[in-house]
Design a protein around this ligand. Structure first.
Ligand SMILES: NC(=O)C1=CN([C@@H]2O[C@H](COP(=O)(O)OP(=O)(O)OC[C@H]3O[C@@H](n4cnc5c(N)ncnc54)[C@H](OP(=O)(O)O)[C@@H]3O)[C@@H](O)[C@H]2O)C=CC1
Ligand SMILES: O=C(O)CCC(=O)C(=O)O
Length: 419
């Protein structure tokens, strides 16, 4: 579905970084420092499968930068997880937390497994071993874990439990936990909620009326489905959705609430696509080039690349997923005048509410749901206003402006701390 053979997430992240550092006048030595990770951890994860066979998976955690606060970022369970992906995703966490101005650095990692092919008890064992192997390198003041692709609130509960066995009860080591176990109201849907907010502000800036605007969303997991719900609430018409198997299209728009809240979906006995039965089958590649107002890639990286960017017909792209656009495609969109709200802004709602969860855990005090929503909106709006202003003042794309702001803040923090 994408140019995975040529997609190099690290090259992509480094290229966005290098452009920004040139703009802020950083030295080559500073560029080297900001590209490199602080620490990279890789380990074997043996697992005796239900049938008695031995499987060996690999765990990764890349701690990229902690100049502005403890390392922070998600854990991904997907066969594609490797050092290269973890490093690229960790570095963009550093820029994301800096852009929304929360007191964290950046990290990422995960396990190279297909979670759908493992039983719940196998996943629990693997997850608990993962955090035990990380030992003292994680903790509420060291590195705070969170969900990403293939992981969820249950995974976070297992991580919390395993960490607390050795360290005493410590919910702040991981965010995105179930609300009944120290999780924050609003974290589960925060990323998609933030995507919808940024989409609304960007649409307004680009003179695109969101009411009745057509939307195509690639990936209908946590981020994609929540973005769909909140955009539908704002009057947009979600005409295409997809999962790993492919997509569905309906010119009339899908009833997102029904799909998301249907009994089958909750029981996970049917995919979103099976539930959207009235749709016409399309491929994931076709979804990206539909004639829509708004395109939201909310699955894997590198799906918008040099071979399809010319065919994209959307008027606005909002990056729900991480690194969905290669640097070549970003240039094509820039030349074609298609605005892109970049991942480090558009999907920063998740880590923002993770910060709120961490703060609540440290205070041992739960905030009201409304407080979380209001503070999320305030944080993202400030970041959006800064990005828009910088883009206008310096004739930059939204991504270029976001990187200039974020990298400038991290560089400043490093300089203040000293070497
Ligand atoms: N969860 C979060 O809070 C945050 C997530 N993100 C990013 O958002 C993206 C999605 O994450 P999230 O929603 O949490 O993950 P989920 O695992 O909840 O959902 C992923 C979705 O993408 C689909 N998918 C997987 N592979 C492909 C593919 N090759 N082509 C098309 N669709 C595919 C999955 O289909 P199926 O279910 O059939 O496998 C599923 O619908 C990732 O890039 C992640 O890094 C960013 C910020 C925060
Ligand atoms: O909530 C978090 O801490 C991190 C979420 C994440 O992994 C991301 O923003 O890509």
């Amino acid at each position: 579905m994408n140019s995975t053979k040529t997609y190099n997430p690290q090259q992509c992240a480094d290229s966005y970084l290098a452009q920004a550092l040139r703009r802020i006048g950083a030295s080559e030595a500073m560029e080297h420092l900001l590209q490199a990770s602080y620490r990279e951890i890789k380990f074997e994860l043996p697992l005796i499968r239900k049938d008695g066979s031995l499987a060996v998976f690999h765990g990764y955690r890349v701690q990229h930068n902690h100049s502005r606060g403890p390392f922070k970022g998600g854990i991904r369970y997907h066969p594609s997880v490797n050092w290269e992906h973890s490093h690229a995703l960790a570095s963009i966490m550093t820029w994301k937390t800096a852009l929304v101005d929360i007191p964290f650095g950046g990290a990422k990692g995960g396990i190279d497994c297909d979670p759908c092919a493992l039983s719940s008890s196998e996943l629990e064992t693997l997850t608990k071993r993962f955090i035990i192997k990380l030992g003292p390198l994680v903790g509420p003041d060291q590195d705070i874990l969170a969900p990403d692709m293939g992981t969820n609130a249950q995974t976070m509960a297992w991580l919390y439990d395993a960490y607390s066995q050795g360290e005493g009860d410590e919910p702040a080591v991981v965010t995105g936990k179930p609300v009944g176990l120290g999780g924050s109201y609003g974290r589960a849907e925060a990323t998609g909620r933030g995507v919808a907010m940024v989409a609304a502000w960007a649409a307004q800036a680009e003179k695109l009326n969101l009411t009745g605007a057509t939307v195509a969303i690639q990936g209908f997991g946590n981020v994609g489905s929540c973005a769909a719900r909140f955009l539908a609430e704002r009057g947009a018409k979600v005409v295409a959705i997809s999962d790993v198997r492919g997509g569905v299209y309906s010119g009339d728009g899908f009833d997102i609430e029904t799909i998301v809240h249907s009994k089958e979906a909750e029981e996970k006995s049917a995919s979103a696509l099976e539930l959207a039965r009235k749709g016409e089958a399309i491929s994931n590649e076709e979804l990206l080039t539909l004639e829509v107002d708004l395109l939201i890639p909310a699955a894997v990286g590198g799906v918008l690349h040099e071979n399809n960017a010319d065919q994209v017909k959307a008027r606005l792209i909002v990056e729900g997923g991480n690194l969905p656009t290669t640097c070549e495609a970003a240039e094509i969109f820039r030349d074609r005048g298609i605005p892109v709200a970049p991942d480090i802004l558009a999907n920063a709602g998740g880590v923002t509410v993770s910060y709120f969860e961490w703060a609540q855990n440290l205070q041992r005090y739960r905030w009201e749901r409304e407080t979380v929503h209001q503070r999320l909106e305030k944080t993202l709006k400030k970041a959006w206003d800064n990005v828009r202003k910088k883009a206008e003042e310096d004739s930059l794309s939204y991504r270029e402006a976001a990187y200039v702001i974020a990298t400038g803040r991290v560089k400043h923090a490093i300089e203040l701390r000293g070497f």
